[in-house]
Design a protein around this ligand. Structure first.
Ligand code: ADP
Ligand code: MG
Length: 492
């Protein structure tokens, strides 16, 4: 939890997040229809999804396994027995009249998500550790979709999405700022994609968050929350919470009272708008679904899943700090995805300068990938080539600007190895060579005035001499070496 919760106009912000994570199974949670996105309407809806009489749901083992994987990843209790319940409500895209979910006894109970947030206003880049407690994560089915466009004056119903498996992940009201909420959501997103339970595609709705927001004077009871539904981008989440907080404070300051409500964020206007007053749990008339037996998870199954768990991003980040000397923030960046982590690790393991490797990945490489919309897995400069390049910077063979030229050549696929490119392009820096000494001598001879000024105690004159000498080396001199040599000569 935030120890330095920033106050806004004297109010503390309280946020709890519910995330609908679409599980990456090929078939639905209770039927055999496909879950693939983008098919023609109602081509992936079986009699079960259509709620035809006489059909019965059958639990998808893959969905349960993904829930177990998540439970293990957040250190939660995986319930040996959990119960499916009917959540009753009417909506045209819910033909059964109820959604199968879990209520009193969810499959995943408790757990934590940890992440770092950069210091609030210090700008020092210092990171503070935050821990968000999870209340639960439960399995449920998604509803269908109502299509309002392209059906003039009518609404189309597409039941392809009905029955798609979801894991709804619910936090305690632990967050205290929009920034913290966004960092939580990003960390969760990284985690569910990392452990392979969700494709993480936010445009397609595979990972969507509801943010519950309230404000209070510090030290008082929690205020009444409003729930912002279906945030499918981190940017919108930040904007929506920031707007909502100001809206609630305005209301309270004007003498009003916040009423529990479900609101939508309108990205075009940047405002949140009330959609409906919020239902309470008793409105849903939850009861155990008689069509499904209790979900029993054998401890041996949990152990089998545990044995297959990958190293988790937070564990890997700590290892990168320890083994490669990375700063907290850099280790977080190097574990932003599995692909980045394996690229970094491949290059760093082959390098004497892992920090420099990280710098090149965060700098030049990221810039190029971003500009061309490429994933790091598709980088034309592979990890071994980057490691080789960094080695030549590290041993002083090439300067940073020389390295960028080599990188350019590698990127555009000139087909040569790093060392060959350095030779080919004549990028070798001049070491402690005779050539460098000749250049320095010539510069001293040609700049008698600067030499005189330097001897008279003008530091600026020295810089001018270094500049002249660097120019004479055509950038291949090492500035530190050139400076040393000049000093030696001037003293002699
Ligand atoms: P529901 O299931 O009706 O949405 P819950 O009580 O399960 O209600 O809470 C849902 C989310 O709202 C949780 O993430 C919880 O942390 C959060 N929450 C509860 N009370 C508050 C509050 N006063 N301010 C902000 N968030 C809250
Ligand atoms: Mg809710």
């Amino acid at each position: 939890m935030a120890s330095t919760a920033p106050l806004i106009r004297g109010y503390e912000v309280v946020i709890g997040i519910e995330t609908h994570t679409q599980l990456s199974t090929h078939s639905k949670i209770f039927s055999g229809s496909a879950t693939a996105f983008g098919a023609a309407p109602n081509t992936q809806a079986s009699p079960v999804d259509l709620a035809l009489p006489g059909t019965l749901p059958v639990m998808n083992r893959g969905a349960v396994e993904r829930a177990i994987r998540f439970g293990l990843a957040v250190g939660a209790k995986v319930a040996p027995v959990s119960i499916f319940a009917r959540k009753n409500y009417f909506y045209p895209d819910l033909p059964k009249g109820y959604q199968i979910s879990q209520y009193e006894t969810p499959v995943v109970q408790g757990g934590t998500v940890e992440f770092f947030v950069a210091g609030p206003s210090t700008g020092s880049g210092q990171s503070e550790k935050h821990v968000v407690h999870l209340t639960r994560a439960h399995l449920e089915e998604d509803a269908g979709k109502s299509l309002h466009e392209a059906y003039q004056g009518q609404t189309g119903i597409d039941l392809n999405r009905a029955g798609t498996p979801l894991l709804e992940i619910v936090t305690e009201p632990d967050m205290r700022s929009s920034r913290e909420a966004v960092e939580y959501a990003k960390t969760l997103h990284r985690l569910v994609t990392w452990i392979g339970i969700c494709d993480g595609n936010m445009q397609e709705g595979s990972f969507r968050c509801d943010a519950n927001v309230s404000v209070r004077k510090p030290g008082t009871e929690y205020g009444t929350r409003r729930e912002i539904k279906n945030l499918n981008s981190f940017k919108f989440m930040q904007q929506a919470i920031d707007y909502e907080v100001q809206w609630q404070i305005d209301l309270i300051e004007d003498g009003g009272t916040v009423r529990q409500a479900t609101v939508l964020f309108d990205a075009a206007s940047g405002e949140t708008r009330a959609m409906r007053s919020k239902e309470d749990a008793h409105d849903y008339r939850y009861f155990p679904d008689p069509d499904l037996p209790p979900l029993v998870i054998d401890p041996a199954w949990v152990e089998r899943v545990r044995a297959q768990m990958p190293e988790l991003p937070a564990v890997m980040a700590a290892r990168f700090e320890r083994d490669y000397g990375l700063a907290v923030a850099d280790a977080a960046l190097m574990t932003q995805s599995k692909a980045v982590a394996s690229y970094f690790e491949a290059a760093a393991a082959a390098s004497a300068q892992p920090k420099l490797v990280a710098n090149w990945i965060m700098g030049e490489l990221s810039r190029r990938l971003h500009a061309q919309g490429l994933d790091i897995g598709a980088s034309p400069v592979g990890a071994p080539a980057l490691a080789a390049l960094v080695a030549r910077i590290g041993d002083g063979t090439i300067s940073n600007s020389g390295a960028r030229q080599v990188f350019d050549a590698l990127w555009s696929g000139e087909g040569q190895a790093v060392n060959a490119l350095i030779e080919l392009k004549g990028l070798k820096q001049m070491g402690d060579s005779d050539e460098l000494e000749r250049i320095v001598d010539a510069v001293l001879a040609a700049n008698a005035k600067s030499v005189e000024e330097y001897r008279a105690g003008k530091d600026k004159a020295f810089n001018a001499l270094v500049g002249q000498a660097m120019k004479a080396t055509k950038g291949k001199g090492n500035p530190a070496q050139v400076g040393e040599l000049l000093k030696k000569k001037l003293a002699g």
